[in-house]
Design a protein around this ligand. Structure first.
Ligand SMILES: Cc1cc2nc3c(=O)[nH]c(=O)nc-3n(C[C@H](O)[C@H](O)[C@H](O)COP(=O)(O)OP(=O)(O)OC[C@H]3O[C@@H](n4cnc5c(N)ncnc54)[C@H](O)[C@@H]3O)c2cc1C
Length: 492
């Protein structure tokens, strides 16, 4: 039944796009206001010279989260896109001609680990068994719940299971208990970058990520990651959601401690409820008068920010032999790289980085005999990223890649574009240009993340990276489910 209540959502990224159909299904009149001319937010798409690039996320993990979401509407992902299983799931480079392929086949991975460390194969299997247990416990017990306080989070089950879940130890020391060889630990720890954290600051609970990327395997939506925001957008349209692009929200108007309307650079939109699905810090500090803010500047200054991304989009006029769809280069001294991100914000000299090459799986993303490369280097937020720095840093990374893969790249570049801090800030209002929000340290997990509900305004809500459960496309979708349930309970 229609409730006749108008809900205004700020932002048409994955969070805004996934929450809108839920609220429409629950009977609200839903309008989504987006400052840019298209949907997707950081999960956007652009094309040039017949190369088609996804602009942000590239790894489609935890597919069951999306299926669970689509099932709410009696749909499946296959109503919107086709998933292709990647084999190998990804390739990890350590040096030139020194790489490992991780496959969905557990025995293949166990053999790889065994070759590098005696007994490593069995240990990997044990490690992954515990990772699976943590993954299932997280999905069943705490990802889909909201937490008002630490006592909420530390319920009997979590307290009972806490030791088994390794909430209080860190991932680096946990992995060291299993493996002496650093390369093997790096394979199990690189995914902390998805959590915006370094392995020594990430709770060992998150070894569950290895279940997601090693055991469950990695899929890819044919046509690109953009198929996901496109699916949510189509779903919203089917349910009558109104999308208003090029509407830059400037203020959330409050009367008698209630949000009553949202002011954009174009118009004013009346609202019974407001849901900020944009950068939390931006909504809290730039769209509200000071007295209505939930968190002070001091609070924000004390957050551990996740890295941002230095991205190089390359269209190459040739094929590259040694790359797979997903490739990681993990540097031997990766502690130094983490140090430049979290301890002494600066441009790293010898960083680890990711290279996506979707044209290996999806010929539609590049012209014939060409290759589409997406190179992502995690870097500290808040750095100066002027043109000269971008040029020097991107050239250094491309030179390193040429050495790593043993093939020239620079002389085949048909298209090149770089995205870094200032682009994220200008395009999406990201706090200090960080593209991921706040890191998943222990004290920024679950109940410790900024609240889904405003502390001052009873009809103002938040969703996205900053809120529980946190960073990533699956988390954005789960966050949408949590907040839409809260809204339904409180105002439906
Ligand atoms: C480089 C990069 C790589 C990533 N890789 C992966 C990956 O491989 N796998 C994965 O699962 N996750 C990945 N992530 C994380 C994932 O992309 C995000 O968690 C998710 O896309 C966040 O969606 P969102 O809607 O919360 O935020 P956003 O995408 O930031 O959307 C917020 C929207 O709000 C709009 N907005 C902001 N201010 C205003 C305003 N004042 N008025 C109107 N609109 C406004 C913005 O324009 C934007 O469209 C990656 C993220 C980045 C940045």
């Amino acid at each position: 039944m229609k409730s006749n209540k108008n809900i205004v959502i700020i932002g048409a990224g994955l969070s805004g796009l996934s929450v809108a159909p839920l609220l429409a299904k629950y009977g609200f009149n839903v309008s989504v206001l987006e400052k840019n001319g298209n949907f997707g937010g950081v999960a956007g798409r652009f094309s040039s010279l017949n190369f088609i690039f996804d602009t942000g996320p590239t790894w489609y993990l935890m597919p069951e989260v999306f299926e669970k979401y689509f099932a709410i509407f009696n749909k499946t992902s296959s109503d919107y896109y086709k998933l292709i299983g990647l084999d190998p799931s990804y390739r990890v480079f350590f040096k030139n001609n020194d790489y490992i392929d991780i496959r969905k086949d557990i025995n293949h991975n166990a053999d790889v680990f065994e070759k590098l460390e005696k007994g490593g194969g069995d240990k990997l299997k044990q490690y992954l068994e515990i990772a699976e247990y943590k993954y299932n416990t997280a999905c069943n017990e705490f990802l889909y719940k909201d937490y008002n306080s630490i006592f909420d989070f530390l319920n009997k089950k979590i307290l009972f299971e806490g030791l088994k879940l390794h909430l209080l130890s860190n991932l680096d020391s946990y992995a060291k208990r299993y493996f002496k060889i650093k390369k093997l630990r790096q394979i199990l720890e690189f995914n902390t970058v998805f959590l915006g954290c370094s392995p020594d600051k990430t709770p060992a609970l998150y070894s569950l990520m290895s279940h997601a990327d090693i055991k469950k395997g990695v899929a890819y939506p044919e046509g690109g990651i953009y198929k996901l925001p496109e699916a949510f957008f189509k779903l919203g349209k089917e349910l009558g959601v109104r999308y208003l692009f090029n509407n830059d929200v400037k203020k959330i108007n409050i009367k008698n401690n209630k949000a009553v309307s949202v002011q954009t650079d174009k118009d004013e939109y009346e609202a019974d409820l407001v849901l900020a699905a944009c950068d939390y810090h931006h909504a809290d500090s730039a769209l509200l008068e000071d007295k209505y803010r939930s968190y002070s500047d001091k609070y924000w200054d004390r957050r551990v920010l996740a890295p941002t991304a230095f991205i190089i989009f390359l269209g190459l006029k040739k094929k590259i032999k040694s790359l797979k769809h997903h490739n990681l280069f993990l540097t031997e001294n990766w502690e130094d790289h983490f140090y430049t991100i979290f301890n002494k914000p600066s441009w790293p000299d010898f960083p680890s980085y990711y290279v996506g090459c979707p044209s290996k799986t999806d010929p539609g993303t590049a012209p014939g005999n060409c290759e589409n490369l997406f190179i992502l280097v995690p870097v500290a937020p808040g750095l100066d990223d002027n043109e000269e720095i971008r040029d020097n840093f991107s050239n250094a990374i491309i030179s390193h890649l040429e050495e790593l893969i043993g093939e020239p790249v620079k002389n085949s570049i048909a298209f090149k574009k770089v995205t870094a801090h200032s682009d994220f800030k200008n395009s999406f209002n990201y706090f200090r240009g960080t593209s991921l929000g706040i890191a998943h340290t222990l004290f920024q997990t679950a109940a410790f993340r900024p609240s889904h509900k405003s502390k001052k305004i009873c009809n103002l809500y938040y969703t996205g990276n900053y809120t529980h459960p946190g960073i990533g496309m699956p988390m954005a979708v789960i966050s949408s489910q949590i907040v839409s349930e809260m809204i339904r309970e409180n105002h439906g």
